[in-house]
Design a protein around this ligand. Sequence first.
Ligand code: TYD
Ligand code: MG
Length: 457
Amino acid sequence: MAKAKRQYVCQNCGAVSYRWQGQCADCGEWNTLVEEAAETVFSAKHDLSKGGRTLALETLDEQSAMPERMLCGIAEFDRALGGGFVAGSATLIGGDPGIGKSTLLLQAAGRIAKAGKSVVYISGEEAAAQVRLRAQRLGLGDAPVALASATSVRDILATLEGHGGGRGADFVVIDSIQTMHSDLIDSAPGTVSQVRASAQELIRYAKDSGAAIVLVGHVTKDGTIAGPRVLEHMVDTVLAFEGERSHQYRILRAVKNRFGGTDEIGVFAMGEEGLGEVANPSSLFLTDRSRDVPGSVVFPALEGTRPVLVEVQALTVRLASGATPRRAVVGWDSGRLAMVLAVLEARCGLQMGAAEVYLNIAGGYRLTDPAADLAVAAALISAFSERPVPADAIVFGELSLSGEVRPVAHDALRLREAAKLGFSSGWGPKGMKGVKGIGVTGFGRLGELVDLMLGRA
Ligand code: TYD
Ligand code: MG
């Protein structure tokens, strides 16, 4: 028999390489290649052109029933999913350890069970007693969730199939997929081969039985645990649970969704009684806002169709010439910051090149909305000139390298949210229309904003 070929699998992205390398050629992560047994050895007898059965092909105009949805009753969770869990689907929830994935899913499991569905929660990380204690602390002690601490996929599948007198389960949580192992594969739990093989079996169970299955996946920065990225293409929906452990709020974001959009988010706050829903996120992010301080600007970010007001904070420190200035960013893209700084310097004549620049999005929020450019620019100008932006103003707009302020999507939605929270002026791209309760100032070029803020207009 031919000797099995060695193969090395990147624990971050799942790419396979036939020799060990320090850096994965696919995703660029370092020290993530680990030797794993080859999953399948193909030979001539695996000739796929023989022995197949003919498929019954269908047409596009047939009526298919909409997949059945299962609301978990936590509105922020259902919203991120695009309207609840879909029967027969697989959902992956990824996030840093300790961010609250188990808490959120236990709360969802409890609600769904109380609504009369058959719910199974499998923990591979905690003992059943631990999960039970947590459930009791969350006020879910009486929810009819069937609980087990297990890691063998074979045992789990046998249990699920026989559950409820053979009726099976409607909703299954696997916490976490990295602790599961399939005895078909030699590799250790947590390796790419194991995680993939275990997930494959569990997902197949969901498709066959019509249960909605949720796989919890830890994300680690150093790539020592197989990342959820290797599973993203296998599941129907991928949710990312984000936030800083030092802050109480959490955001649940759909990254991929076969049954809905990926632009809605759910906002939660971690408290004594688990994760609470935050129906009005803007008020959460602005509670500790520093008013009339140079460098602080309120930006109306848009998450899907939902505006969220966040505070952008900038600090600049002029250095004695010669020293290399530091640039540090929390919550925004550092490349984007460099671009805004360059535009301020080249198009508006602000000599920021020699200054240290710190940028922070308050509350640990991570901004991805391109309309933040103008808010960041305003915060930088304000910090640099030590002139505060009026406390009742919000700022938004995209910047081009030429220093032009570009229009952005949904300006009216952003302005309305600001008006609702008591803001009375909106600084943004030229041509936007005002909404009730808020006056607008439009800028065609960044230089006009600089002139206004420095009193040069
Ligand atoms: P957990 O759900 O275990 O995180 P994950 O499954 O993502 O690893 O929760 C992590 C943290 O949440 C833990 O440090 C304790 C905290 N927590 C609360 O603050 N309040 C609560 O009611 C619960 C259950 C947890
Ligand atoms: Mg957990």
